[in-house]
Design a protein around this ligand. Structure first.
Ligand code: MN
Length: 209
């Protein structure tokens, strides 16, 4: 069973998923120019590379999540892991945003954030800290770990679900995610993302139990 059907693909060869909104719908925080490169070039390159690496191997019959779990930690399969996880991470990231998103979560998700962090403001502080202190390329995540929600950060292509946590939402903090719009100002990107783009409906839909 998929951790997140919206980010998984049933089996290879894999395709570049459509963005779940128009390319200019996230502007001015994330412009169409950024999405042209980030989705059309970076995400697409991970898909193309992954398909080459799994062609004529047993991996092509597995889903994206199954491939990621199978090759995680295997140094000889690092290329497969990096490209498969980056395909998954980017699809999950596109869904973690929506036009006119942002603000505070509601309902069961808000209750879990209050119980886990001591309120939205404390969650936000933890998320901004993770996203801005991830050294070099990586991701910041809100994850579910049993009954508790946590903020974690991962390097390069790493995903939280290989160590058992369920991803609820992620922000890409590789420079290619924000450099055309914010240059070196990563904190401004992270704060604008939380104010204007974060898709709490998607996070709530990923809650389990
Ligand atoms: Mn990226």
């Amino acid at each position: 069973m998929s951790i997140c059907p919206a980010a998984d693909q049933a089996k290879g060869p894999f395709s570049l998923p459509e963005l779940p909104y128009a390319k200019d719908a996230l502007a001015p925080v994330i412009t169409a120019n950024t999405l042209d490169f980030h989705h059309g070039k970076h995400h697409n390159a991970y898909v193309v590379n992954l398909n080459k690496l799994i062609e004529n191997t047993e991996l092509v019959s597995l889903s994206l999540e199954e491939i990621i779990k199978k090759v995680a930690g295997n140094a000889e399969k690092a290329g497969v892991f990096n490209n498969a996880a980056q395909v998954w991470n980017h699809t999950f990231y596109w869904h973690s945003m929506k036009p006119n998103g942002g603000g505070k979560p509601t309902g069961k998700l808000a209750e879990k954030i209050d119980a886990s962090f001591g309120g939205y403001d404390k969650f936000r502080e933890a998320f901004v800290t993770a996203a801005t202190t991830q050294f070099g390329s990586g991701w910041a995540w809100l994850v579910q770990d049993g009954a508790t929600l946590k903020v974690v950060k991962t390097s390069n292509a790493e995903v939280p679900f290989t160590s058992g946590a369920i991803p609820l939402i992620t922000i890409d903090v590789w420079e290619h995610a924000y450099y055309l719009d914010f240059q070196n100002r990563r904190p401004d990107y992270v704060n604008a993302w939380l104010d204007k783009l974060v898709n709490w409906d998607f996070a709530a839909a990923n809650l389990q139990g």
